[in-house]
Design a protein around this ligand. Structure first.
Ligand code: SAM
Length: 200
């Protein structure tokens, strides 16, 4: 896609984490198959995934949240350059302090990995009746299944939280979860069963 290599190179050079190619293709496939038109993205970074989603279909509208002012500014600039400002609204905010009144077909959760359950609960009222959550990085580079791969204490703690989150979404009777450990960095697609707007 036009200009996307530039964004990928920038992300690589400035150590900005962006979705892996395989995960991105799976995300775009889900959006197309499920006729998604409204997206809430938690974790904009420099706007790479938001731009890719918006380019799929001019009818798609995206609200995307970023806590880091520098990344927020870069995302705004990238989105303007791509001529996508009418489709993508970027908000400089902590996701947990953002209270939208809208409902979204897709809530793409891609911010702090240790907070996934909190994000999910915070935005449950904003999930459209046939909507779904999309979670990335549930393997965290293999460290979740094999913590001995890292000696870093905070990474181990984060991976333990991801593991508990994975177990919860796969076992909660109010959720429908498909976990794809082999795609990208580990992806889950989760929907909430009808009548379950509270999570146990
Ligand atoms: C993995 S990056 C997002 C990548 C982006 N979705 C993409 O694939 O192009 C995660 C981003 O979430 C942001 N973030 C972390 N905690 C956040 C929070 N509580 N609220 C909003 N953004 C947050 C980080 O600053 C970081 O830029």
């Amino acid at each position: 896609m036009n200009g996307m290599n530039e964004l990928e190179n920038y992300a690589h050079e400035h150590h900005v984490p962006i979705i892996m190619e395989e995960g991105l293709q799976f995300l775009l496939q889900q959006i197309a198959e499920k006729h998604v038109k409204t997206v809430l993205e938690i974790g904009t970074a420099i706007g790479y995934s938001a731009i890719c989603m918006a380019k799929l279909d001019p009818a798609i509208r995206i609200d995307t949240l970023e806590i880091d002012p520098e990344r927020y500014a870069k995302a705004q600039c990238n989105i303007e350059k791509q001529g996508l400002s009418a489709q993508i609204s970027v908000y400089l905010t902590d996701a947990l302090e953002f209270f939208p009144t809208k409902q979204y077909d897709l809530i793409f959760v891609d911010a702090a990995k240790s907070q996934y359950r909190r994000y999910m609960e915070h935005f449950i009222k904003n999930l459209a009746p046939n909507g779904f959550y999309f979670f990335d990085n549930l393997n965290f580079h293999g460290f979740v299944d094999d913590p001995s791969l890292t000696q870093n204490r905070s990474t181990r703690q984060m991976c333990a939280k991801i593991k508990r989150f994975r177990e919860w979404i796969q076992n909660d009777p109010g959720l429908n979860t498909c976990f794809y450990p082999q795609i990208g960095d580990g992806i889950a697609v989760v929907s909430v069963k009808k009548g379950q707007n509270m999570i146990e």
